[in-house]
Design a binder for this molecule. Structure first.
Ligand code: IMP
Ligand code: MG
Length: 175
């Protein structure tokens, strides 16, 4: 078990989430519903905080569950859908709310999934971007924080072997 080092506290995260939500609402100017997709389990806290700040009556929430990691701290590159969509997204805006964009395999998979479902357009909001470990070329539209060196992060929904998801800040897990 490693040591935890706080990198972003609850207040810093809250302020950043509010900023992102303001930008998101400004960018969706039409009347089409926005289907916000929570990518379980890692994104649950970020999702919950950001949708509370999307002060609009045109928001639909849905949840999908993916698995790509197993119990290791490096990506397998194989994305598996465990639970799919419930809501129809055809002709609607889709906003994927993800925890981390690391290798990019998950986002690549989700882009093709929502294209098949005929979403009118697909955007991505992510809590953490890890651009230096990208294997495929994908980019989030809204990024709360960017890591400038390889690191494994836990807390605020993110786990290591299912632990630490409940912590209210983001922590660097030091080996
Ligand atoms: P991908 O490599 O971009 O497909 O990301 C796969 C998933 O791995 C992310 O959505 C996270 O759930 C998880 N992941 C990647 N890096 C970390 C990390 O530092 N901590 C916790 N989970 C991570
Ligand atoms: Mg994830």
């Amino acid at each position: 078990m490693g040591d935890l080092k706080l990198i972003y506290d609850e207040k810093t995260i809250r302020n950043r989430v509010k900023e992102l939500a303001r930008r998101i609402l400004r960018d969706y100017a039409d009347e089409k519903p926005i289907v916000c997709i929570c990518v379980l389990r890692g994104a649950f806290m970020f999702f919950s905080d950001i949708v509370k700040e999307l002060k609009s009556e045109n928001i639909i929430l849905d949840f999908i569950r993916l698995s790509s990691y197993g119990s290791e701290t490096s990506s397998s590159g194989k994305v598996k859908m465990i639970t799919g969509l419930t809501e129809a997204v055809e002709g609607k805006h889709v906003l994927i709310i993800e925890d981390i964009v690391d290798t990019g395999y998950t986002l690549q998979y989700l882009h093709s999934y929502f294209k098949d479902k005929k979403a009118s357009d697909v955007k991505v909001a992510c809590l953490l971007d890890k651009p230096m470990t990208r294997m495929v070329s994908v980019k989030a539209d809204y990024i709360a924080f960017t890591l400038d060196k390889p690191a494994f992060i836990v807390g605020y929904g993110l786990d290591c072997d299912q632990l630490y998801r409940n912590l209210n800040g983001l922590y660097l897990l030091e080996e």
